[in-house]
Design a protein around this ligand. Sequence first.
Ligand code: KIV
Ligand code: ZN
Length: 512
Amino acid sequence: MRKISFFDTTLRDGEQTPGVHLSVERKVDIARRLEKLGVDVIETGFPASSKSDFEATARIAGESGAVVCALARANDSDVKIAADALSGAKKPRIHVFIATSDIHLEKKLGITREEAIGAVKSSVSLAASFGAEVQFSAEDATRSDREFLVKIFTEAIRAGASVVNVPDTVGYAVPEEFAALITYLKENVPGADSVRWSVHCHDDLGLAVANSVAAVYAGADQVECTVNGIGERAGNAALEEIAMILTMRGKEADIGHGIVTREITSASRFVADVTGIRPAPNKAVVGVNAFNHASGIHQHGIINDRHTYEIMDPRDVGLDESTITLGKLSGRHAFAERAKALGYDLAKNGINAAFSRFKEIAEKKDALTDEDVRAIISEYLDGLEGKFRISSFQIQSGNKIKSMALITLSAGDEEYTEAAPGDGPVDASFNAVNKIAAPFIGGGDVDLLSYGITAVTEGADALGEAKVRIRSGEAVFTGRGVSTDIIKASIKAYLNAMNKLIAAAEEKGGNP
Ligand code: KIV
Ligand code: ZN
């Protein structure tokens, strides 16, 4: 059986999803989930691009048993930084990339094809000199000249790359053509048999998974993907979809993989919680409707025999309905056990205090489901990281008066209070938060791109989950807040996004 490697880039390309900013701690948490999920390679980030990517790579390298991979442009400085970040890894991989299409070479890099080849030779051999495995990617491969691709892959292999990656960077390829490209490269690159061939597909035309699978059938050995398909623009190929396609259909072609499919649902929900990006309800494998049968005819068929309308057993992706609900009488132990089953190790993450938050909500709500517990913990984790917390708020609102909010936020031992009017209580609260935050973000404008509130579960006592997206300059930040009080949930969500903006401004020493 030919084993396909899963190269997960949730922490690198996935983090490039607009509005997603993962702290080092959350990257480490996700990496632990990915290892449990059985991925072969974890791409942790681009160490030369930021301090936090460097630190996350070093932290994950120090504890992971998987191959830990760091991205580097094809230059000596990036490669040295990546090697340094990976120095504690048991199985380090340096991922060197350069664009190969003429449009990227001319318009983005301003270099010739020959100069690109020179950069690849020197950076790949430098990467190999650190003793790490080296992967080379030809960015925008699907819009590159085929003969030039053969040349650059040949040089990368000669210089020491043992994995070569063919990215469909802009999601332009269609399956037949992409499969043919893999076949062509494998037939024409000298030394092709001595390396592993990888593919990296984006979803601009909704074909990322189809292209990846077509490439696997054409001989690719590694697929690059992200949990829930998150990533730049329309995202990357979804790990869970490729894993289930190969599980359901791979055997016919003698193709296997090491993904522990029963971990899929929990990994998907974990990544959705941490990133704030929920899969669409109709998303294959992990959408909330993926195993829901609504029509009477289908329900009837399912009752008689599940296989009438279900090709996958929901239990194979870890979708077991929990029968346990927690409530105000539940103790710390029951809460910790439930949290653990949902993928949160309270002891490891040092979040035992999440229990008091749980108790606070359990006092107001009869029964807390898994979704409630998940929302409470992930919101608590988000709140741990920000500069400001809510100390108190007072809102004045009505149909005959202008809404006013008076908000006090704490940052360490300091308290900051501001009042602001607004068009309704939520707007007034956001304006008050803006006034407090202004000095910490260089005073620039903050635009509210979206705001929404949904019930986490059903019923009159449901928890409200507020989500916001804000923009400062080019940077977008998302925030989430949970409470039985929707105004409080809204302020928390806004503050959560604002805290991320402040952290980004601090990392850059000014405006993000
Ligand atoms: O999409 C792309 O081409 C990439 C490369 C860095 C592999 O993400
Ligand atoms: Zn990409």
